[in-house]
Design a protein around this ligand. Sequence first.
Ligand code: NDP
Length: 279
Amino acid sequence: MSLSIPRLALPSGGQIDQFGLGTWGMGEGRRTPGEESDVLRLGLDRGVRLIDTAEMYADGRAEAIVGEAIRGRREDAYIVSKVLPSNASRTGTIAACERSLGQLGTDHIDLYLLHWPGRHPLAETIAGFETLKAQGKISRWGVSNFDRDDMEALFAAGGTEVATNQVLYNLTRRGIEYDLLPWSEARGIPIMAYSPIEQGRLLGHRVLRKLADARGATPAQIALAFVLDRGAIAIPKAGSAEHLKDNLGALDIVLSDEEKVALDAAFPPPTRPTPLEML
Ligand code: NDP
């Protein structure tokens, strides 16, 4: 059965899939690189396109695992990678991207993000991104771990072309619903939710279990369905075929009003501004 992944509009035109695969922790020896690239390849076989990685993950080895997964089928994938803030000067951004392209074994990254705000002026990083775009080495750029005031600073520095902001968002981390999420929605900037199942920690929650059992689903599927329901892009990391298939099941779930009320009661939305959390 072919997968139906919803797509979201990007502010500068085009669309992005609302579901992808994370890679943090890959390349660190928990499993062999071959096993890890096999899981990503299985995801591509099932119709998932978006793969999220970063130069930081296992010092480039996660990018190399992604490179192995997309070898010979680059057109099946939509690659997201990230530059470290310490590298994000104008020339440093370009050099970091070129290293990442080498690890990934490709000539372009679809979406290139600044991993978190750092010491280099944003105008410098943006200039690096725009050069990379003009050279065809990236198609779009965005940011990660930017709170609302960081986004305002980005706009003030000329960064209105930002395609996404990748932030920590899941049932236990709902702070962005107070201001960052509405601010972004008002400008048509999709939020990409990282650690959407709180790195597995939220799966034992009693209410999540109860809701999952009641509809023959799993806690991971309900947690991911929540993120998708809020209009965010979910990028869970699965290191096994079993987890990958489980997570894909979230795409078939439409939460009922009663389920949403139960989730709000167990995981209350914010009632005041909350500084953006980061993992
Ligand atoms: P996730 O919330 O995606 O959780 C991943 C963990 O949950 C892994 O230990 C995985 O184990 C386990 N898991 C996955 N699926 C299931 C399942 N169905 N049932 C039970 N356990 C499961 O956490 P991540 O922190 O990995 O976030 C996702 C991605 O977001 C990252 O991989 C990375 O690409 C990105 N990210 C970005 C950050 C940023 O600063 N921009 C920060 C953190 C993450 P197993 O490996 O055994 O499958």
